[in-house]
Design a protein around this ligand. Structure first.
Ligand SMILES: [Fe+2]
Length: 649
């Protein structure tokens, strides 16, 4: 009976190790599909599981990303070299696909796509249907006619707002996590298909954009979509006086000079043709989330970079007055991905000069990657007027979000069992604790005590690397205090486990000698006498440290709204995806927000059916029947339009 607890501890450790190695033994199978509907050209890819952010590779990727982003990539800025790649005329969309004389122009918007196969393919599936009747749930009490169903068609253009793949842009990742799923659900019809354009996200940037250029800037075909862009940024006319601009201001939020020149030249050109031009502006990240006007001049805020971009374009138009060209440019919508949820901040219609201001800030990053919570979103934010340098501010209200704050607030508490969900992280701590235990038992010098600092230092390193660089002075101070607390608590655990715990008489039942062969091993390795609890120490230290780390993230979030990405990726939410559909007419821009509650189990389906058979089925089968038959889900309950935003022109 005495030894029961000891064996229980061993059992727990064994369970963690089995789960850990089970994952590395799992080798995903290559699947065969066809590039085109005539089944002429086979294509092979390997469906992937969602990226795990707290296993060894995930953590290494995070370090690599954060280190590279700030240092090396800003020295070798590939954007500046793009001037050699030629540039778009701005008429590529209209000339290739979408005659501006037509009554409507449709485009689809999605961001943060290529992660787990199930989630990415589910979103791609809905996005690529030629037409689909969505049920409409007027989630945010919009003043819209009483529609219960809305039929939407596939956009003439698919716009991707960054992070096409995770964890990093590379030939193989684009094949397995992006092109494969897209080709599976929408093989090439060999027709004059829609156009695909994209701006890179930070994850596309981590290889210095090389793979992104090969994917997007070669005027080729990916699934049924044609790529037309020459650079990682673009400006295109959608209708005579409505334009889409995609800015590549990734990583530090800054913009290079050739890129800024490209946009000013574009606005000068369109200003010569129209009295008023409307712009939908796509940028890298939702800088408005943590903007604080009070701290405006005290800290670096990427919103300032957005202000610079907009102000420069507005000034370029104003300067034309000297040549008797009177025109106006209005940025109606600022659009982004990067954060994997949907949110909509809206300007009060009664504000003076409403027509001229940015009316909507929209984040729509639900394209497949792990879901971000919406719980932290402020109900109201104050932003600068992005066309002059005054400190005047405008109020924006949170007018829509998905998933709900309530639901995502509850989700954060999954981090209470972080150490189980992220068993890979706990196993890494087993290894670290083993190193600590080895050094601790052999050493007699100061090193014996210094090694107890190893895990606390690793923790603080991880946390420092993920902390936002845009903190205010107060936040920086709080963050420092949090890290000191983490360091002390973690060191406290090490001290207790390695130095204090063996002193208790009552824990004698945890001695290594309960496993008979251990004494032999200890003799063989000449472990000094007195180290009687090594096995229990390694296991208890790793478990407690892992629990501490999860609870620390939870506390940091709930106390100060820190670690939003970490609290969201601690328990990967593969559901709650979303994308947008834009309809543009002469009179208005209408944005439909489509939400997908649960993702479909494509990986399981591929165990039952050949991928190329599925491709055939998808071409002929009614989409709703296909979903019902293959995934046993009610498509009308699972996929809905949750919002409809109308912007009069
Ligand atoms: Fe992302």
């Amino acid at each position: 009976m005495e030894t029961l607890f000891f064996y229980l501890l061993l059992l727990v450790a064994a369970a963690f190790l089995i789960f850990y190695f089970k994952d590395s033994w799992y080798s995903p199978k290559k699947v065969k599909i066809f590039k085109d509907i005539f089944e002429k050209y086979p294509y092979y890819f390997i469906p992937q599981k969602p990226v795990k952010w707290f296993d060894f590779t995930g953590l290494m990727n995070s370090f690599r990303m954060v280190s590279l982003s700030a240092d090396i990539l800003s020295i070798i800025d590939k954007r500046e070299m793009q001037t050699a790649l030629g540039k778009d005329t701005g008429r590529e969309l209209i000339e290739n696909n979408c005659d501006e004389s037509e009554e409507e122009f449709w485009f689809d918007f999605i961001a943060d796509t290529g992660d787990g196969f199930d989630a990415t393919t589910s979103v791609f599936y809905h996005l690529t249907r030629d037409s689909y009747t969505y049920s409409f749930r007027n989630e945010f009490d919009r003043d819209v006619e009483n529609e219960s169903e809305i039929k939407l068609k596939r956009g003439s253009v698919l716009v991707i707002g960054g992070d096409l793949v995770y964890p990093v842009g590379s030939e193989i990742n684009y094949r397995d996590r992006f092109k494969g799923p897209l080709r599976l659900v929408a093989p090439d019809t060999r027709e004059f298909g829609p156009i695909l354009i994209a701006t890179p996200g930070n994850h596309d940037w981590y290889d210095g954009l090389s793979a992104f250029f090969r994917l997007m800037c070669q005027r080729s075909k990916i699934s049924d979509y044609r790529t037309v862009q020459n650079r990682s940024y673009f400006a295109y006319s959608l209708r005579k006086n409505v334009h889409l601009m995609g800015i590549d201001n990734q990583l530090l939020g800054d913009i290079d000079i050739p890129q800024m020149t490209f946009f000013t030249e574009y606005v000068e050109k369109i200003s010569k043709g129209n009295d008023v031009n409307h712009v939908i502006l796509l940028i890298a990240e939702p800088y408005w989330y943590n903007y604080d006007i009070k701290d405006r001049h005290k800290r670096r805020q990427r919103m300032d970079s957005l202000e610079y971009i907009i102000r420069t374009m507005k000034e370029a138009v104003r300067k034309l007055e000297a040549n008797n060209i009177k025109s106006e440019i209005i940025f109606d919508v600022v659009l982004t991905g990067d954060i994997h949820h949907y949110s909509h901040y809206k300007l009060d219609e009664n504000v003076k000069g409403y027509d001229k201001e940015i009316k909507h800030y929209i984040t729509s990053g639900g394209g497949g990657a792990f879901g971000h919570i919406t719980h932290f979103l402020k109900d109201e934010i104050k932003l600068p007027i992005l066309q002059n340098t005054t400190t005047t501010e405008l109020k924006y209200e949170l007018d829509g979000k998905y998933p709900s704050k309530e639901k995502s607030g509850k989700k954060t508490f999954w981090n209470l069992i972080f150490f189980i969900i992220n068993y890979e992280f706990t196993v890494l701590l087993f290894f670290l604790s083993s190193i600590v235990a080895c050094i601790f038992c052999y050493s007699d010098s100061l090193l014996k005590w210094l090694v107890l600092l190893l895990i606390p230092i690793v923790f603080c390193f991880i946390i420092t690397k993920v902390t936002s660089t845009e903190c205010s002075a107060e936040e920086q101070w709080k963050s420092k205090m949090m890290r000191i607390a983490l360091f002390l608590l973690s060191f406290g655990i090490q001290l207790w486990v390695f130095a204090i715990f063996p002193e208790y008489d009552k824990v004698i039942f945890l001695q290594d000698s309960h496993l008979s062969f251990v004494d032999g091993l200890k003799n063989f390795f000449k472990v000094p006498a007195g180290n009687n609890y090594l096995i229990a120490q390694v296991i208890i230290s790793a478990l407690l440290q892992s629990i501490l780390f999860g609870w620390y993230i939870l506390a940091g979030y709930h106390l100060f709204k820190f670690y939003i990405t970490e609290i969201s990726s601690g328990k990967i939410n593969t559901g709650n995806k979303n994308f947008l559909k834009f309809k543009i007419t002469d009179k208005e821009i209408v944005i439909y927000v489509v939400a997908i509650r649960k993702t479909y189990q494509w990986m399981s389906l591929l165990k039952k059916k050949q991928a190329f058979h599925l491709q055939r089925e998808m071409l002929t089968e009614d989409p709703k029947k296909f979903i019902k038959d293959n995934f046993k889900l009610d498509p009308d309950k699972n996929v809905k339009i949750i919002d409809k935003i109308t912007i009069p022109l």
